[in-house]
Design a protein around this ligand. Structure first.
Ligand SMILES: *Cc1c(COP(=O)(O)O)cnc(C)c1O
Length: 248
């Protein structure tokens, strides 16, 4: 498999996921989001050919560029900070956008909801997660843990075009996570479930990345986001999107 390094790495991640799931005595399968930011479409295609269907990008422009280059049954997850003025572009340009994991304000939820009313071809509501800042770092996007219930409630009650799928966190700014962050997110999920009259298992937890996905699975993650372990180290950072004249 040496000539197919991405396929080999993907298989390795899948088997480590399976083992972690078994160690945790969990029966429900965990979803792997292959985080392909900065990687060319050919790299994603190699993972696709090896069976991977869910891909995560955190820049709108990269997703707009890659989505048409990949088969239509890919499920795209948006995992970056989504600016309101990019919502229309991503919803129209990526018909197979399956989830926005990073809703961090009622304003963004409303914008998604309202824009979806005008986008043709979508029947099911768009799955979204509430992003929670569990590390307390000011530089991180996401609502404070104390604000997650009100945002989740807003989405559930006022945004019929959205389906609240669960909660997401990044952890520490260097992309490493800590058990405290996972415990915090799990507590947020329980609080949201109570408020909305759901069982906790009805809400997903998106947590765990290359360095800690096994631990995250053992702590209840249902959606892990793994980039460098599958695609190799990211050599460069994409340029930040051009500053918008309007303030967010
Ligand atoms: C880049 C990124 C990841 C993947 O990080 P790796 O450490 O490369 O696995 C996961 N989640 C988010 C939000 C990211 O931006």
């Amino acid at each position: 498999m040496a000539d197919k390094p991405i396929a080999a790495a993907l298989q390795d991640v899948l088997s480590r996921m399976k083992q972690a799931t078994e160690r945790a005595n969990r029966t429900h399968p965990v979803r792997l989001v292959a985080v392909s930011k900065t990687k060319p479409a050919e790299a994603l295609q190699e993972a696709y050919d090896a069976g991977q269907r869910v891909f995560g990008e955190n820049y709108v422009q990269e997703m707009l560029d890659k989505a048409p280059a990949l088969p239509g049954d890919v499920q795209w997850h948006f995992i970056g900070h989504l600016q309101s003025n990019k919502v229309k572009a991503v919803l129209e340009g990526v018909p197979n956008l399956a989830m926005v994991e990073t809703v961090d304000s009622a304003k963004l939820a409303d914008k998604l909801n309202k824009t979806l009313e005008t986008v043709s071809g979508r029947t099911a509501p768009l799955a979204v997660m509430v992003q929670v800042n569990t590390s307390g770092e000011e530089s991180k996007y996401g609502v404070e843990p104390t604000e997650c219930v009100s945002l989740a409630k807003h989405i559930a009650q006022n945004c019929p075009k959205l389906r609240l799928a669960g909660l997401m966190t990044i952890g520490m700014p260097d992309y490493s996570s800590r058990p405290e962050c996972f415990i915090c997110l799990s507590g947020c999920r329980d609080a949201v479930a109570t408020e909305l009259g759901l069982r906790p298992e009805q809400l997903e937890l998106s947590m765990g990345m290359s360095g800690d996905f096994e631990q995250a699975i053992e702590m209840g993650s249902t959606n892990i986001r793994v980039g460098s372990t599958i695609f190799g180290a990211r050599e460069y950072k994409p340029k930040s999107p051009p500053a918008s004249p309007k303030k967010e």
